[in-house]
Design a protein around this ligand. Structure first.
Ligand code: HEC
Ligand code: HEC
Ligand code: HEC
Ligand code: HEC
Ligand code: HEC
Ligand code: HEC
Ligand code: HEC
Length: 464
């Protein structure tokens, strides 16, 4: 917990009561009695003032300050946020608003946080019987408290959830701000991860990925590259230090907004507001006109390993040569399934589809301006732009409903063994699609079994 500042309240209250008692005594006929009254009054006032705060819950400085929104200082930067694109690109905005990109970092709210704060769901008991965590909603604020039993005493540490990372498709982690000092005494706003995350697969609070079950840990700093992949804009205080978790607290932009993929929008918006008849876009990047490799780089900037930063985070802009900014892990090393280690490009780039066509990029199958998750028939339509379904060896056996789902057989789901969640019930994993588009006999057999089992014989989509 944060250290308490010296509390002057008892003295102030004490003097106030003493003064009132003294005034009363002054008007009393006896001067001596008046002085006595003043002394006793002061003592009582002081005692009350010393005891009362202990009866009230302590309000630390952090609890009083509102959650930082990153808005006050935004006029200093070139990013405006997705709202500012809406007036001229309504349709794109309306679709984009629901995407995992937009929702991947948010301020805390009942809507944003997936975890359950209700009384029977808000305790996480670790495998260590002495350590548990309590998740609480107090008004419109949200807290995590670590409770550690040490002998007969109980140590508690409470931090407020001040940022939510993850749309909740797979899970969410939570961050808090804390002031820190550098060796030379400068004060910084530091960002840390909270020990408890929410995992959608289990529907529960769990240890944050990579945390050791049963060991309290509030100290994991959030490095700039983490926010570079999960937000539009942050300003690292020491940009040359890729592990320093200090950021400007008054100017940041959450969510992966339009401008992350199209470049900062201030000049574009200014220009087109002043020139409403101009139909040729200015001062904005259309990744679709960069050529396929440069366009894919925009996606691999985040959908690849974290790699090794060569330039400070938040300096890369779409259209630039990514290799100048980050040294990604070699494709072979990325060639695993993992939220943070797999990479769709490493797998895709080995597929006959990718090798055999000149134009295939991520946006051949994905529209970044809409939430299309789970719509396997829609994704299958995109396959059929290049492949007549009859070409598939299974077409005869399955019949016309094959059009509903090419995906489960050719881009199967795989366990992400690189991102284990340690839970008291054992280690858990999430599942992701393998972007190596190929022929998988196991998945085909499984699929055909499902078809047989389905009473109506329709090839239902798998769970999204
Ligand atoms: C005042 C109107 C206006 C606003 C606000 C606006 N745009 Fe545009 N934008 C245009 C016009 C006009 C065009 C050119 C016609 C078209 O492609 O729709 C355009 C085109 C684009 C293009 C295509 C560029 C190309 O070369 O094909 C992108 C990308 C784009 N805007 C992104 C954005 C983003 C991101 C924002 C918010 C930061 C934004 N726009 C806000 C008016 C606006
Ligand atoms: C700034 C980093 C970043 C960039 C650039 C980026 N992504 Fe993402 N993408 C993410 C993150 C982070 C998520 C996970 C969001 C979440 O669920 O919290 C994600 C999720 C996705 C998803 C899953 C959506 C879902 O609903 O299941 C798809 C598909 C995707 N991105 C495709 C793309 C494509 C295509 C591009 C390039 C045009 C791209 N991304 C560029 C970071 C990025
Ligand atoms: C190199 C870019 C990158 C870095 C660095 C990165 N992430 Fe991610 N993260 C992603 C992508 C991409 C996904 C989505 C994977 C998918 O949907 O296939 C993701 C997914 C997640 C998810 C699950 C989101 C959901 O709802 O599905 C969480 C939570 C998360 N990241 C937290 C973090 C935290 C916390 C950090 C830093 C400590 C971090 N990530 C660092 C790119 C990154
Ligand atoms: C994850 C990256 C990403 C995000 C976020 C994103 N876009 Fe795009 N956008 C692209 C890519 C890639 C293209 C080119 C390929 C395509 O058209 O799908 C594109 C194309 C466009 C175009 C060109 C017109 C067109 O349809 O070809 C406009 C306009 C545009 N985006 C506006 C927006 C606006 C406005 C937002 C936010 C509301 C936004 N984009 C969010 C990646 C993104
Ligand atoms: C841009 C065009 C294009 C798209 C879109 C496309 N493919 Fe392909 N695909 C190809 C090409 C080219 C080849 C290699 C030559 C061939 O077999 O036709 C190929 C090969 C294949 C193969 C044979 C693989 C092997 O190991 O021999 C399969 C299976 C396949 N595609 C399935 C799919 C599925 C499923 C989708 C949708 C998720 C898809 N493709 C989307 C162009 C495409
Ligand atoms: C040939 C089609 C195709 C191409 C090309 C493609 N994807 Fe996918 N991708 C899919 C399908 C299908 C899914 C599963 C969607 C679902 O279940 O909702 C998917 C899922 C995803 C997801 C969600 C995580 C998961 O595995 O479930 C991400 C992230 C993603 N793709 C990123 C990318 C990126 C980045 C690229 C470019 C390097 C790319 N994809 C290229 C078809 C494609
Ligand atoms: C039940 C699983 C399953 C489904 C569903 C499925 N495929 Fe296939 N696909 C296979 C298998 C297995 C093969 C290999 C068949 C063989 O070699 O006889 C194959 C082969 C292919 C090939 C390569 C043919 C060649 O000439 O080598 C393509 C292209 C293809 N599928 C596309 C599709 C498309 C497009 C869809 C959706 C419309 C689809 N598949 C749906 C299992 C499936």
């Amino acid at each position: 917990m944060t250290g308490n500042a010296v509390d002057f309240a008892p003295l102030v209250y004490g003097f106030l009561v003493a003064f009132l008692a003294f005034l009363l005594g002054w008007r009393w006929r006896s001067r001596r009695l008046g002085t006595l009254l003043a002394i006793v009054g002061f003592a009582i006032g002081f005692l009350f003032a010393a005891i009362l705060p202990a009866l009230w819950p302590q309000r630390t400085e952090e609890q009083v300050a509102p959650v930082a929104t990153g808005r006050e200082g935004l006029q200093d930067v070139a990013f405006l946020g997705a709202e500012s694109c809406r007036e001229c690109h309504q349709e794109k905005y309306d679709g984009f608003r629901h995407t995992a990109h937009h929702l991947t970092s948010q301020l805390p709210s009942e809507e944003a946080i997936r975890g359950d704060f209700s009384a029977d769901k808000n305790v996480f008991q670790t495998g260590n019987p002495k350590l548990s965590y309590l998740m609480e909603q107090r008004g419109d604020e949200f807290y995590q408290t670590g409770i550690l039993q040490r002998g007969s005493t109980e140590e508690r540490r409470t931090e407020r959830i001040e940022m939510v990372i993850g749309s909740g498709k797979l899970g969410q982690s939570y961050l808090y701000w804390h002031q820190g000092l550098t060796a030379d005494g400068r004060q910084f706003d530091l960002l840390f991860q909270l020990p408890i995350s929410y995992v959608t697969g289990s529907g529960k609070w769990e240890n944050s990925p990579g945390y050791v079950d049963g060991e309290p840990n509030f100290e994991r700093g959030i490095f700039p590259r983490c926010l570079e992949c999960h937000a539009t804009w942050f300003e690292p205080i020491e940009p040359d230090q890729p592990t320093q978790n200090a950021f400007r607290k008054d100017a940041f932009l959450l969510g992966i907004s339009c401008e992350k993929c199209h470049g900062a929008g201030r000049d574009h918006v200014d220009f087109h507001r002043r020139n409403p008849d101009e139909q040729v876009a200015r001062h904005i990047v259309n990744p679709g006109s960069l050529g396929r490799l440069r366009e894919i780089e925009l996606c691999t900037f985040c959908h690849s390993s974290p790699g090794e930063p060569l330039q400070p985070s938040f300096t890369y802009a779409p259209g630039q040569l990514l290799a100048d900014y980050v040294r990604l892990d070699p494709l072979e090393a990325q060639n695993r399934i993992g939220v943070h280690s797999d990479n769709q490009y490493a797998r895709l780039s080995k597929s006959p589809c990718f090798i055999g066509s000149e134009e295939m990029s991520c946006t051949t199958c994905h529209d970044p301006h809409a939430l299309e998750r789970g719509q396997l028939a829609l994704f299958s339509e995109r396959c059929m732009k290049c492949h007549a379904p009859e070409r598939c060896g299974m077409a005869k056996e399955i019949g016309p409903s094959i059009r509903q789902n090419c995906i489960d057989c050719h881009l199967p789901k795989r366990k992400d063994e690189a991102t284990p969640f340690e839970t008291p019930e054992g280690t858990k994993f999430v599942e992701l699609r393998d972007h190596f588009i190929g022929i998988y006999s196991d998945q085909t057999q499984e699929f055909m079994q499902r078809v047989k089992n389905a009473s109506a014989g329709s090839v239902g989509a798998s769970d999204p």
